[in-house]
Design a protein around this ligand. Sequence first.
Ligand code: PLP
Length: 404
Amino acid sequence: MNIPILDLKGQAKELEEVLMPKIREWFLSGGYIGGEHVKTLEKDLEKYLNVKHAITVGNGTDALVIALRACNIKENDEVITTPFSFFATSEAIASVGAKPVYVDIKEDTFVIDEEKIEKHITSKTKAIMPVHIFGHPCNLDKIYEIANKYNLAVIEDACQAIGSKYNEKMIGSCSEKVKKSITCFSFFPTKNLGACGDAGLITTNNDELDIIMRALKEHAGGQMGMQAKSILEGKDGEEEITDVDPLYNPYKYYNYLIGYNSRMDSIQAIILGEKLKHLDKYNSRRNEIATFYKNSFKEISGLIMPKVEDNVYHCFHQFALKTQYKKELNKFLIDNGVSNAEFYPVPLHLQKALLYLGYKEGDFPVAEKVCTETICLPVFPDLNQEQLDYIALKVKEFYEKKGN
Ligand SMILES: Cc1ncc(COP(=O)(O)O)c(C=O)c1O
């Protein structure tokens, strides 16, 4: 049997009947970027995530960059983050000129160790960027508390965590207590809510940040660009249109900040809007699969299951096991037709692109150890029982050979 790490064909088939007429209508409409479909998706996501503003963007990386820019984070600023994530988390920080400052992770849930954050705060620290890695939420109570104490922004990288909850609250609903609280999502096709191309989202309850981010995602032009600039410069954002400069009236093609082209295609909004209706079902199936694996492997002492804290709902974007036999198990499963993934082989502080930060091996021992031990099994919603039984059988077979 051959089992891929992810198969989206089942989902596509399920949605074909309802989506195809919409896609046809979209094609014939002549309107391909932004517009009503995007606005509707933003409203639907605001409702689903229980947040005031949902701002669609081109992808999750842009979401992080735009969020950082909206918090005015730039050269010489420091952003506290995790060494265990997809590269884009650190890349976004570095691309605005700031320095990623790493804090080690917790070995059982793989998220940033909130107890270690405070000692890394300096006068240059401007934000914390925690990552809800694999869909397991970070300890937000503590992170928001620290952010309040030191007046820091919190930009949550929830690219893998759509549908997860912390203390019953949706990830993405953002803090009401932290002034600059933003959450970023990716709708890359492999994500729990995946587009048919690149797409992303930013959420916040802060009206000013909403204006800045909406401006930045579209070249910061026009009236919104003007407002964004005045907010960033510490004015109230309601700046007069004085028209003192007859050559510079604040409408389209008049730009106020260096922004981005990060709009969502309307076809992605149509697809995401339909998939959103099924997201809770997809996530609960992922949880069922995780429970199946946990029950199947409970007798295997050398195989460590992912922990789920009591106060969270985990969307299981990945099901990551820890094993001392990572390479061998990976090969054995591949040889037996079971795809599996190595998230992540290298901690961010040891990525070649980030060596200029000056970190070295041994700086974050937990993240380094986890990188040598984690192996992710298929956990996509369409896995059937026959496939799951086969995966479990093969993992058990491997451990039997090891004498477990
Ligand atoms: C944790 C994390 N951050 C950021 C990103 C970047 O998202 P995108 O690929 O949509 O730019 C991803 C996506 O893979 C991710 O998993």
